[in-house]
Design a protein around this ligand. Structure first.
Ligand code: PHE
Length: 336
């Protein structure tokens, strides 16, 4: 057994390991249970006793030295492994973040909010009524007799005899007047239903009703409040006009138009060449309606109005098909 040869062999094995490489295969070959040193120590017993001691001592030194070097290489290897892992997990803080998709308010909601803001700033209080309504509130108490065309089966969804899906928010007028005494200043936003579907009608749409009742409420109050509303909603420069109209529950009745915001009055497809856009119906509360809620028309008077929220939103945002509001197409909705 030539110790010099063994030292050279071990040196060759150890120096073959690059720093940072895995020293384990070499460790197994040299220090393993069936490895080089184990075999060498086994062979010691075949040597004559006088040689055995000296060679044994040198082999022990060599083995200890080998263990030390392998341990060091093992540490370097583990350090390298840890660095590589860290590298692969590294976060680049300069990359743009993932922007979460945040929902937006529906244009009908924002239009509602704007209408409500304007009227509450004038002292109107927000009230609500049921969407499934008694025929009495939807029609009868509003002076709409049994044979009135507004009650036609084609327009009204009947739930059962005497019960309808409200076709307008005007029944809230009756419910409010029945439950309190003047002075009254309320608006009633909400959904209404009519059996109709085309470019300007959906079977469900929204209205905001308004009602003011007190002593000496006059048509000029109606004009003043609604003109102010139009200016807040569509801008200070907007022109308004009141046209005579007819509703069974108001007398006199009117419709309010604003100067077409598309063509500025020159005439276009949207205003049907008239230069004006109708935005609401209104009038002085009919004396019969006041009597129906046990008010005395000699003592109090009032005005009422009702507007279509979709219609206002269409004018405000330049939308030409009301059905767009209800397709829930994200490409449409994300524009607002
Ligand atoms: N209720 C009417 C409609 O649906 C609008 C209106 C309300 C008119 C109040 C006059 C007064 O068209």
């Amino acid at each position: 057994m030539d110790v010099e040869e063994i030292v050279a062999y071990v040196e060759k094995e150890l120096s073959g390991i690059k720093e940072g490489d895995d020293p384990n295969p070499v460790k197994v070959r040299l220090l393993g249970r069936k490895g080089l040193f184990s075999r060498l120590f086994d062979n010691l017993k075949d040597l004559p006793p006088e040689k055995r001691k000296e060679i044994g001592r040198r082999l022990n030194l060599l083995k200890a030295e080998t263990e030390k070097r392998i341990d060091r290489l093992q540490l370097l290897f583990e350090e390298e492994k840890r660095k590589k892992e860290e590298e692969s997990l590294k976060i680049d803080k300069t990359l743009p973040g993932k922007v979460p998709i945040v929902g937006k308010k529906h244009p009908i909601t924002t239009t509602f909010e704007e209408i409500i803001r304007i009227f509450t700033s004038l002292g109107f209080e927000v009230t609500e009524g049921p969407e499934i309504e008694l025929d009495y509130y939807n029609f009868e108490a509003l002076n709409i007799p049994k044979d009135h065309p507004a009650r036609d089966m084609q327009d009204t969804f009947y739930v059962k005899d005497g019960v309808v899906l409200r076709t307008h928010t005007s029944p809230v007028q009756i419910r409010v007047m029945e439950s309190r005494k003047p002075p009254i200043r309320i608006i009633a936003p909400g959904a209404v239903y009519r059996c109709d579907l085309d470019i300007s009608h959906t079977p469900m749409f929204h209205q905001v009703e308004g009602l003011m009742v007190d002593r000496n409420v006059r048509f000029s109050d109606l004009k003043g409040v609604l003109t102010l509303f139009a200016r807040e909603m569509f801008g200070d420069e907007v022109d308004v006009r009141f046209r005579p109209s007819y509703f069974p529950f108001t007398e006199p009745s009117a419709e309010m138009d604003i100067r077409c915001v598309i063509c500025e009055g020159k005439g276009c497809r949207v205003c049907k060449e008239t230069g004006w856009l109708e935005i609401l119906g209104a009038g002085m509360v009919h004396p019969q309606v006041l009597r129906n809620v046990r008010y005395d028309p000699e003592e109090v008077s009032g005005f009422a109005f009702g507007m279509g929220v979709e219609r206002i939103a269409m004018i405000k945002f330049g939308i030409d098909d009301i059905r767009q509001f209800y397709y829930n197409d994200i490409r449409f909705l994300s524009q607002f």
